[in-house]
Design a protein around this ligand. Sequence first.
Ligand code: NDP
Length: 318
Amino acid sequence: MTSPIPVTLFTGTMSEEGWQSQLSRAFSHSSLAVDLRPWREQAIGARYAIVWLPPAALFEAEPGIRAVFNLGAGVDALLGRGVVPDRIPIVRLIDAGMGAKIAEYVCFAIARITRGLDRFAPPPHGLRDWNASRPREESPTIGVLGLGAMGQAAAHAAARFGYTVIGWSRRPRAVDGVETFAGSAQFGAFLARANVLVNALPLTAETTNLLDRAAFARMPAGAHVINVGRGGTIVDADLIAALDSGQLASATLDVFRTEPLPQDHPFWSHAKITVTPHLAAPTPYAEAAEQIVAAMTQLEHGVDAHDLPGYVDRAAGY
Ligand code: NDP
């Protein structure tokens, strides 16, 4: 009988108990025999690591790791730590149920803008006016930055609600119902049309500080920003300046440069900014665990990590 595959688990700010139980469940339904152990600063001869924000010590102690599974869609934090040796492939989550949640969050934020829902807050602040203005006939164009699992889910959902949707990606992409733009050459033309800009980009060297004063100035006056990608894509001070000048009308922000968002950060008290604490799409443990186990099974069957859908291209940063 072959001995079980040693797998180490480090869940960082997420629930170790939650992940361990969902992963154990998924492994028990698979063809793999696995010895899954939370990292306790002692080597177990691990063949795989399943991680969120792991320490460098884990990789120093476990030189036999063949692949790392990231417990999230974004790998900016993992790559930023620089702890995973270059030779080890990293596999991240693809959608795993998060796309639908991102779409729901984005469409709610769009409805709030188009209906002016904030006017109808409960007493004492809300309007008591049955004749309050209705949405105008011409509806805003929704511009989605990033056409991966998150961006496409948001784009398709907005299109189903009848909005004109445009999207921007690094390489040219065809997406049903979405007029697409690609690369820095088409960035300006894309921005010029986006009345509501939805950021669903990963944070990479190229996307850091992408949404700055110059970018906001290229958007239609009175445009709105919704950020579900990463906080580092927006230059905080430039966003505040664009809101204060009226160039932008509102910002709905789920992600921030520093998380938790510091208590004294000006976003908290700005009248045109809604802050939500990174809750647009929490990682669904059960679905994500199934995906990780399926990917590990493929590796065990000889599939090259580069051929897995969640393979992270370190040069591109996502
Ligand atoms: P994907 O890797 O599937 O898609 C990324 C998209 O961004 C691709 O379309 C890619 O272009 C595009 N892109 C990357 N770099 C550039 C660039 N330099 N210029 C233009 N386009 C670029 O990622 P996901 O959709 O799965 O996730 C996106 C991000 O959403 C995650 O990295 C994470 O930060 C965030 N997220 C936030 C959550 C939340 O709760 N708020 C939950 C889950 C994810 P191309 O198509 O050419 O590759």
